[in-house]
Design a protein around this ligand. Structure first.
Ligand SMILES: O=P(O)(O)O[C@H]1O[C@H](CO)[C@@H](O)[C@H]1O
Ligand SMILES: [Mg+2]
Length: 623
């Protein structure tokens, strides 16, 4: 290391000095090295501390962070280190199946990170199925699909889904085609810590990949696996070639991939399996078709955010179309907006409403299956514990199995695998964050499969019963009870703000009791679950049934409105694993839609005043 660097490192505060010294010793990426040197020269210790005082850890969807220099950020060195640890761990677990799948989306640096990842696996002696030859992209579900199809022991997708354009992510799939859950996440983190030193000085990824191609250890697999993916859609989702929308006035829907990677695969499946031609049966939002990492026409590339579907709705309105379907940028999630035929108003369905529509369709399909199959395979649906309980009510009434899991498909996918082993039939699982899984395809959410299944369901309801999605939802409320949600979030400017907010709820709000018995004057608590400290009020030993994680904050409460017999709410507050947010998920149950809606909003307002207290805690929210 040069004298100039040694002198510069001497000026760095003790707490981050050794991390920065190591960084400048091993990072061979000029751009990130320069960034660190510049920050040191500017003596920007606050910024350097944020980036170097810890190492990025696996959250809800793997590693996700801003792309910049730092051990707590995403850059080629962090990707190299993570992959070295991951490859070591997987090789230990599956010494005779050293096979990896690597794919990436269209984000800035995605290709570079995927090349680093593939190269490290090659160096670790893995055979690598690489999904992106040249400048092509894949949608996230291709990776778990490919892991299953080629029998890989690990899969990595480089994507930050719907996060802002400067973020990226590293999503890891295990041998069972599901995202990793404990204890593997912690074991991998340990292995990463033990393998921080680059195995080789050679950062010429292109030459490593070329060598892999020459020896046959690297396989360009996009074309082949895309064919297999489409074949599987045909086998398990469309059951042959369809011709959708025959009786509808054309074009009958608008599609947007939201500047992401969904168009190519959706268009191909539409044309080959569903009888849908762009420009004729449907129209796509022209400004949003081409993958663009700067997401120019949306402030957040997330179909859940207000305004994200505006362009698609505008296009639909102009063409007298009353249905909009959308994928998020890596096409693993799915959203819908519909125009009400009476009020002429557009509304975007919530993730829970879409989940209920899929559940209804899957239940209808299950009832068509041979009776002996139904007898030997109990139907089971899954959703995350922050999603609606409407499918629980449905399961109770219709006599099938329902379970909730923690947030994220790493939990939903793994649980589906467990249930399948016990002979349950699990055609579907979902989470309110517009994620839908069809395990016959893969054990993760899949926005393309969701689009296909939804279009089939939409057609079938219209053709057979002349019903629109809103009518199906209405029928559901009549049959299973009135559920209304109010989901929102607070911005966490600094992660250290999180714990005190939750500690206030668990210890200080009602110090004379184990947990709050009342919230404000309005609510009496009937159930309390704290998945951070490990307490659940209704189990015999007060141990929670779901996994407890001391490193992430999560409390769920059920309460009744004082003085009312039929008004109950269930809400969860948790720290996001992908964004700087404290998320609040509220679901109210009552006898009328208005009552339930008002109750959900009343709950938000009460929690804000009693528990979150923005004026004291510094939390901010737009809700
Ligand atoms: O809530 P966090 O941890 O940010 O996770 C979010 O990210 C996942 C979707 O990519 C979903 O599980 C959603 O809830
Ligand atoms: Mg996504």
């Amino acid at each position: 290391m040069s004298q100039e660097y040694i002198a510069l490192i001497e000026t760095v505060p003790q707490i981050i000095r050794s991390s920065i010294k190591d960084w400048l010793r091993i990072d061979q990426n000029q751009e990130t090295r320069d960034e660190v040197v510049q920050l040191c020269q500017n003596r920007d210790w606050d910024e350097l501390e944020k980036r170097f005082s810890s190492r990025i850890v696996f959250g809800t969807a793997g590693l996700r962070a801003r792309m910049e220099a730092g051990t707590n950020r995403l850059n080629s060195l962090v990707i190299l280190q993570a992959t070295q640890g991951l490859a070591k761990y997987i090789a230990q677990q599956f010494p005779s199946t050293k096979v990896a799948v690597v794919g990436h989306d269209h984000r800035f640096h995605s290709k570079e990170f995927a090349e680093v990842t593939a190269s490290i696996f090659l160096r670790a002696g893995f055979k690598v199925y690489y999904l992106n030859p040249q400048d092509t992209f894949v949608h996230t579900p291709m990776v778990p699909f490919a892991v299953d199809h080629v029998g890989a022991s690990v899969g990595i997708m480089i994507t930050a889904s719907h996060n802002p354009k400067m973020d990226n992510g590293y999503k890891v799939y295990y041998k069972n085609g599901c995202q990793i859950i404990p204890p593997h996440d912690a074991n991998i983190a340990t292995c990463i810590d033990e393998n921080l030193e680059p195995w080789s000085d050679n950062w010429d990824w292109t030459s490593t990949l070329q060598d892999g191609l020459n020896t046959g250890e690297l396989v360009y697999a996009k074309e082949e696996l895309t064919k297999e993916y489409i074949k599987k859609v045909r086998e398990v989702l469309t059951e042959g070639n369809l011709s959708l929308g025959k009786s509808l006035k054309k074009p009958w829907f608008v599609y947007t991939p939201m500047h992401g990677v969904g168009y190519e695969i959706f268009n191909e499946i539409g044309a080959h399996l569903l009888g849908l031609t762009d420009g004729q049966d449907y129209i796509s939002v022209p400004e949003q078709i081409v993958p663009d990492p700067s997401f120019p026409t949306v402030s957040f590339p997330n179909p859940e955010e207000k305004g994200a579907l505006d362009k698609a709705i505008e296009l639909a309105e102009k063409n007298n179309i009353s249905l909009v379907v959308a994928n998020d940028p890596d096409a693993d999630r799915f959203s819908i907006a519909v125009k009400n035929s009476t009020t002429r108003k557009w509304s975007q369905l919530t993730g829970n409403e879409i989940g209920f529509l899929f559940a209804t369709f899957q239940l209808e399909s299950y009832k068509q299956l041979p009776e002996d199959f139904q007898r030997s395979h109990t139907l089971a649906f899954l959703n995350s514990t922050v999603s609606s309980q409407m499918i629980k009510a449905m399961a109770e009434k219709e006599g099938f199995h329902y379970e909730d899991t923690l947030t994220g498909f790493k939990w939903i996918g793994n649980r589906a695998r467990d249930l399948e082993k016990k002979n349950f039939y699990v055609p579907f699982g979902y989470e309110e964050a517009i994620g839908y899984m069809f395990p016959a395809m893969e054990h993760d959410k899949d926005g393309i499969s969701a689009t296909v299944v939804f279009l089939i369901a939409y057609n079938s309801w219209l053709e057979k019963r002349n019903k629109y999605p809103q009518d199906i939802l209405e029928e559901g409320l009549q049959k299973y009870g009135v559920f209304k949600e109010y989901n929102g979030y607070y911005i966490i400017k600094n992660q250290s703000m999180m714990k005190p907010v939750f500690d206030y709820i668990r210890y200080e709000y009602d110090p004379s009791n184990k947990y709050p018995q009342k919230i404000g004057d309005q609510f009496e608590v009937t159930y309390f679950r704290d998945l951070t400290v490990g307490f659940q009020s209704d189990t015999p030993d007060h141990k929670p049934t779901l996994f407890v994680d001391a490193n992430s904050q999560m409390i769920s409460i059920k309460a009744t409105k004082i003085g009312s017999t039929d008004e109950t709410v269930r809400f969860t507050m948790r720290g996001s694993g992908t964004e700087p947010k404290l998320k609040v998920y509220i679901e109210a149950c009552s006898s009328t839609e208005d009552q339930a809606q008002n109750l959900a909003k009343l709950t938000w307002d009460t929690l804000r005043k009693e528990l979150f207290r923005p004026d004291v805690t510094g939390l901010t929210t737009d809700f």
